[in-house]
Design a protein around this ligand. Structure first.
Ligand SMILES: Cc1cc2nc3c(=O)[nH]c(=O)nc-3n(C[C@H](O)[C@H](O)[C@H](O)COP(=O)(O)OP(=O)(O)OC[C@H]3O[C@@H](n4cnc5c(N)ncnc54)[C@H](O)[C@@H]3O)c2cc1C
Length: 475
């Protein structure tokens, strides 16, 4: 089965400047410009990794500036029998942007066009726009773009769309996919498609497809009014499970906090040593919570519900007095990654999501697993969404990496046993691909391969990611 989206939704929009694809890398370079086609080994090597994994050196790296140039690269790849690996800022934590075989890395960092339409409350972005820029550019109009992965100062919107990225604001405000009105992408036959959410939700299919179905070349994103008031609190707990219980209790009481973040003792100590903020080093866990809205009374009331729920589970609550104190607390949250990275030579970051009701059991079980394996595990995450990031910290000179991977798989199993999923927001990519067989039944895997084949019959778009190869026969 081959989807012919091109004919139905978006006929080839323009006459191509060159009737035939380029035949050699040098010819492609002559067409696009020297600075956009990297041929030197030393240059290409810089595109073989992402935030977690190292892959093969790509055969070619192309940095297009327009959709037409993306089409040109895809035509070249097709003609040469090469695969294409899309890449944003390479901050991904599942190996998604890592090339595995003879392939062309398409880096979108030169496609940085961004227009804000305040009347329509929309942003139109090219894929290489750095995420934080969207909210920054919308702010003067009293608008914002809420999805805020902790990496938002480096990640690109293309990478966010491909991973359906979330962030601290996701509990109340939703994840990347909730803000997409329309998407443009290029498929492996070089057709350009524009998808809108009018009938079948093909936008929803493309969001989170991790670069395996198409190359996203543009997006129309919804903006929302900036909330006028925000309050912040920190609740400190003597036991990790109590913090998780407080989350459920606060939500059951009717609170819909804008941000609801969890840090365990390992994180608290690491961040405190890193920033010297005077965080409660003896605590087993803290919750950081923001409530927001336009009515200050409602914002206060919600904060009071959260405070009550935390105190009811043994938490000690500190409400930030002003914006500066609130900023200091959130600085602590943003510093988790560099702070824990400073503790041991290496770390591997898990990314699971479980039903909120299972959180107390899950965080306790993960803590015990770390003790059983004799490895340091620290946990944090967007706990309002049931999203946890247990990180295993280790020293490869003394801790065998296989043991670390075994522990990570055990953690993922805990999530599956509690009705959760393998990935909350970082994607399956390369890192969890071989684990898909445990998470998804063979029929569903077969159906996923059928979708992949409909978009990319030759399996040339980011091959080796998301779907385990053993099931490719099901196509
Ligand atoms: C310190 C730190 C904190 C983080 N915090 C969060 C967080 O809070 N929430 C969260 O969700 N993630 C988080 N991440 C993970 C990462 O930042 C996100 O997955 C982000 O969306 C990746 O964006 P990127 O531009 O770096 O994409 P890349 O890493 O370059 O690519 C990611 C995937 O998207 C594909 N891709 C990239 N661009 C395109 C395109 N234009 N078309 C099609 N496919 C494309 C790639 O092939 C790859 O599969 C964090 C990472 C770090 C290092």
């Amino acid at each position: 089965m081959t989807l012919n989206l091109g004919k139905r939704l978006a006929p080839r929009p323009r006459r191509l400047p060159y009737p035939e694809p380029a035949r050699t890398p040098e010819e492609l370079q002559a067409r696009l410009g020297r600075e956009k086609v990297l041929l030197e080994l030393a240059q290409r090597r810089n595109y073989s990794y992402d935030g977690i994994a190292m892959g093969a050196t790509p055969a070619l790296v192309v940095l297009p500036e327009s959709t037409a140039e993306v089409v040109e690269v895809v035509r070249f790849a097709r003609q040469r029998g090469l695969s294409v690996v899309p890449r944003g800022a390479a901050s991904g934590l599942s190996g998604g942007a890592v090339p595995l075989e003879e392939s062309i890395v398409v880096s979108f960092t030169r496609m940085t066009g961004l227009q804000i339409d305040p009347r329509a409350r929309r942003a139109v972005a090219q894929p290489g726009v750095v995420t934080a820029r969207i909210a920054e550019q919308a702010r003067p109009y009293g608008l914002t773009y809420p999805p805020d992965p902790a990496s938002f100062r480096t990640s690109t919107i293309g990478g966010n769309l491909a991973e359906n990225a979330g962030g601290p604001l996701c509990f109340k405000w939703g994840v990347t996919g909730d803000y997409v009105e329309a998407l443009e992408f290029v498929d492996f036959s070089g057709e350009v498609h524009r998808l809108e959410r009018k009938a079948y939700d093909l936008v929803g299919l493309m969001v989170g497809s991790e670069g395996t179905l198409g190359l996203i070349t543009g997006a129309t994103l919804r903006l929302v009014p900036l909330p006028r008031h925000t309050r912040t609190l920190m609740a400190v707990f003597d036991e990790v499970g109590q913090a998780a219980e407080a989350v459920s209790a606060a939500i059951a009481a009717g609170a819909v906090p804008a941000k609801l973040e969890f840090m365990d003792r390992g994180c608290i100590r690491a961040v405190d040593s890193y920033l010297r903020l005077g965080l409660p080093r003896e605590a087993a866990a803290v919750l950081l919570v923001d409530t927001d809205g336009d009515d200050p009374l409602v914002v206060e009331e919600e904060l009071a519900w959260v405070a009550e729920a935390c105190e009811g589970r043994g938490g000690r609550v500190r409400v930030a007095r002003d914006a500066a104190e609130s900023e200091a607390l959130w600085r602590a949250r943003r510093a988790i990654s560099p702070a824990i990275a400073a503790l041991k030579p290496k770390r591997l970051n898990e990314d699971i999501a479980v039903p909120r009701s299972s959180l107390p059991e899950v965080v306790r079980a993960i803590e015990l697993l770390g003790q059983r394996y004799g490895l340091q595990v620290v946990q944090f995450g967007h706990i309002g969404d049931g999203n946890l990031h247990p990180n295993v910290l280790f020293d490869p000179r003394v801790d065998p990496e296989e043991k670390v991977w075994e522990l990570l798989h055990e953690i993922a199993r805990v999530a599956l046993q509690h009705g959760g999923v393998l990935s909350g927001e970082h994607g399956i990519g390369l890192m969890k691909r071989d684990f898909m067989g445990e998470a998804v039944d063979p029929e569903t895997l077969g159906a996923l391969w059928a979708v992949k084949a409909a978009f990319d019959p030759q399996n040339r778009l980011n091959p080796g990611k998301v779907l385990p190869e053993t099931n490719s026969q099901a196509r």
